[in-house]
Design a protein around this ligand. Structure first.
Ligand code: AMP
Ligand code: GLY
Length: 430
C-alpha cells in the first residue's frame, strides 16, 4: 500500500514509525514531515493545510491511503476533498470534525446521546456570561467555542478570573473569532485520562488510552501546553472503566453522529475526567493525541495499517487490536520559554545516544536540519519514549535517554508519570 501521512509533529513521527513496520506498506510519504519522519518516509514539502496540493500529490502518486495527524486539515475538510478525488482518507469529514471544532456542538451531541459531561451553557453576550458566572460561582471553566490551539480554556479558581477570561475572549478578542462565543462549564474534579477509539462510522474499537500532562511545570503547575508528557496505560483507568467509556461515551457519540448524517470515521479521542460519579467527557478530539500517540503505538502489537484501512471501508467489526502489557512513558523536551516565546534554530545534540538507550525511542516534533545540524524549529521539539515491563522501568528508560541529549536551550518536566508511579509530584513534595 502507498500511504501519505500528513503533519510534522511527534505524533506523525510515531505514526510513520509504526506504519513503516507494516508488511503491507510499499511506499510511505509524510507531508511536510520532519527530520524524524525522514527516517521512515519520504518527506514532501507541502503544508498540512494546503489541501488542494495534498490532493494533487495523492492523485499523481496513486496514494492508497491518506492518514492526517492533526485536526486542522480535518476541520478544513481534507477527508471530503480526498474522497471527492477517489482517495481513501482515514479521518472524519469536516461535518464530523465539528466534534473537535466546536465545543457547543459536542455538548449538543452529548445531550442528545445521553453522554455524561459537565453542565454547560453557551454565550454570545459577555454580560450574560458574567451574570452566569456570578450566579454559579467559582471554580468554573470558561472556554472559547472554536479552535484555539490549546489556549481557549481557563479553569478559573475565582469569579474574577472567570470574568477576566470572558473579557479577554469575547471583548478584547484575543483569540479572534474562536473566542467570540464562549461555553461556560461546571468544573469537574478527578483524574484526567485520554481514551482513543478507531471508528468506521458505525463500529468503534479501542485504540488504547493514556494520561497526558498538560501543564508546563513539575507538579502540574504553570501554563497549559499541548502536552508535556504521557504514559500508557494510565493507572487510574481499569480495563472495566475503559470498557464503560466505550459503551457510555464513544459508542453513543458514534451512533448520534451517524443518526445526524455525519458518520464519524477515523480516530476519536475522548478527554475524560474520572469523577466520583464515573467518567465524564471533557472534550472530543478527532485525531490521535500528541504525545499520547507516542506512548500508545509502541504498545500496539498488531499492524496499524489494515486497521486504518478497515476504518475507511466500514469493516472494523472484523478487527481487534492487541496491546502489550508493557508500559510506555513519553517525556516532551521543549524549547525554554514554551508555551510562551522561545528561540528557534538552536543546535540539538545527543539524539543518537538517546536512541541507543535500551527501550528508548526518540520521536522528533519541532526539529529541522540546517547545514547538516539538527536544530529546533518549534516549541515541543522531541518526545523521548521509554517502553518497558512496568511504569517505573519505562520512566527510567525515558529519562536515561533524555539525559543523553545535549540541548542547553531545552527543558522538560522531571515528574512525568507521577500519578501512575504513586509518588506525588516533585512540587507536591517540596
Ligand atoms: P480542553 O481544551 O477542553 O481539553 O481543556 C483543557 C484542560 O482544561 C483540560 O485538559 C482540563 O484539564 C481542563 N478542563 C476543561 N474542561 C474542564 C471542566 N469542565 N472541569 C475541569 N477541568 C476542565
Ligand atoms: N495531548 C493533547 C492533545 O493532543 O490534544
Amino acid at each position: 500500500m502507498r500511504v501519505l501521512v500528513i503533519g510534522s509533529g511527534g505524533r506523525e513521527h510515531a505514526l510513520c514509525w509504526k506504519l513503516a513496520a507494516s508488511p503491507l506498506l510499499t511506499k510511505l510519504w509524510c507531508a511536510p514531515g520532519n527530520p524524524g519522519t525522514a527516517a521512515h518516509a519520504e518527506n514532501v514539502p507541502i503544508g498540512a493545510l494546503d489541501i488542494a496540493a495534498l490532493v494533487a500529490f495523492a492523485t499523481a502518486h496513486q496514494v492508497d491511503l491518506v492518514v492526517p495527524g492533526p485536526e486542522a486539515p480535518l476541520v478544513a475538510g481534507i477527508a471530503d476533498a480526498m474522497e471527492a478525488a477517489g482517495i481513501a482518507c482515514c479521518g472524519p469529514s469536516a461535518a464530523a470534525a465539528r466534534l473537535e471544532g466546536s465545543k457547543s456542538f459536542t455538548h449538543e451531541i452529548c445531550e442528545a446521546a445521553g453522554i455524561p459531561a459537565a453542565l454547560w451553557e453557551r454565550f454570545d453576550d459577555a454580560e450574560a456570561a458574567r451574570e452566569f458566572v456570578r450566579r454559579r460561582g467559582a471554580p468554573i471553566v470558561v472556554k472559547a467555542d472554536g479552535l484555539a490551539a490549546g489556549k481557549g480554556v481557563v479553569v478559573a479558581a475565582s469569579e474574577a478570573e472567570a470574568e477576566a477570561a470572558i473579557a479577554d475572549f469575547m471583548e478584547t478578542g484575543s483569540l479572534g473569532e474562536a473566542g467570540r462565543t464562549v461555553v461556560i462549564e461546571e468544573c469537574l474534579l478527578g483524574e484526567e485520562v485520554s481514551v482513543f477509539a478507531l471508528c468506521d462510522g458505525t463500529t468503534a474499537i479501542p485504540l488504547g488510552s493514556a494520561q497526558d500532562h498538560k501543564r508546563a511545570g513539575d507538579g502540574d503547575t504553570g501554563p497549559n501546553t499541548g502536552g508535556m508528557g504521557a504514559y500508557s496505560p494510565p493507572s487510574a483507568l481499569s480495563p472495566g472503566l475503559e470498557a464503560a467509556v466505550m459503551e457510555r461515551i464513544i459508542r453513543p457519540a458514534l451512533a448520534e453522529m451517524a443518526r445526524r448524517g455525519s458518520p464519524f470515521r477515523g480516530i476519536l479521542f475522548a478527554g475524560l475526567m474520572l469523577t466520583e460519579d464515573g467518567p465524564k467527557l471533557i472534550e472530543f478530539n478527532v485525531r490521535f493525541g500528541d504525545p499520547e500517540c507516542q506512548v500508545i503505538l509502541p504498545r500496539l502489537i498488531d499492524d496499524l495499517l489494515p486497521a486504518l484501512q478497515a476504518a475507511v471501508d466500514g469493516e472494523l467489526a472484523n478487527i481487534s487490536l492487541r496491546f502489550r502489557p508493557d508500559a510506555a512513558l513519553a517525556v516532551v523536551v521543549a524549547a525554554r520559554g514554551y508555551p510562551g516565546a522561545y528561540r528557534r534554530h538552536t543546535p540539538i545534540g545527543g539524539v543518537a545516544a538517546a536512541s541507543a538507550v535500551p527501550g528508548a525511542v526518540v520521536f522528533h516534533a519541532g526539529t529541522d536540519m540546517r547545514d547538516g545540524q539538527l536544530v529546533s524549529s518549534g516549541g515541543r521539539v522531541l518526545s523521548v519514549v521509554g517502553t518497558a515491563a512496568g511504569l517505573q522501568a519505562a520512566h527510567d528508560a525515558a529519562y536515561a535517554a533524555v539525559d543523553k541529549l545535549n540541548w542547553p536551550d531545552g527543558f522538560c518536566r522531571r515528574d512525568i508519570g507521577w500519578r501512575g508511579l504513586g509518588k506525588g509530584s516533585h512540587a507536591a513534595q517540596v
